[in-house]
Design a binder for this molecule. Sequence first.
Ligand code: SF4
Length: 243
Amino acid sequence: MLEIKGFIPNTMLDWEGMLASTVFLPRCNFRCPFCQNAELVLHPERLETVPFSVISDYLRDRSGWVDGVCITGGEPCLHEGLPGLCADFRARGVKVKLDTNGSLPGVLESVLAEGDIDYVSMDIKAPLEAGPYRIASGTDKPDLVDLVRRSIDILRSSGIEHEFRTTVVPLMHGPSEVARIAQQLQGEKRFILQHFSPRDTLDPRFSSLRPFTEEDMQAMLKQAQQYVPGATVRGAPASMSNQ
Ligand code: SF4
């Protein structure tokens, strides 16, 4: 049985241009040191399960008002019940967005083939090279970059609206890394650079990193736009509590 471990009834931040609800599925096969959902990834059993009736009642009561539901994690593709969840939301008259780290292309392909997903947001953690990807994802699966490449190809050929996004983290990313990622995404419509927030990170050492400024982000955006002219920055620079 698929357990939902978090529910944001409405947000305009998780799906651009949409008033959406967001549901959080537990567990992840990555251990990104900068992850801000550590409890969901490492100790989901400590989080309360949200009864599905809470979500379905909310969607029924806001029928015609909530545009869509974002399914995020953790890594949603780890769950066998994902296709059924997407179909259930669709049947309730809302659109469905899936967030994924792109490491499970077989699952991604089959869930897209079911036809119940309207939009996919896929993380690109680092340039598509073994070393940087191992560090950024916190995993050392030998074929990880090939799997991520396959997911990129699946999305590109799916005809489904999608975006690629990179959380830009000091020590891991700089103008050269951002340019290399963008080069690998050449031809894409949407590539989003997300601000990193140094709070409650999976690896506590990342909580003391000084985040990039807006100026830093704009400089990296210029690098990205050489290859993906529609690239944008999302979010606001985080302030540090201990600065
Ligand atoms: S940031 Fe990394 S570890 Fe955290 S949920 Fe996303 S893919 Fe998993």
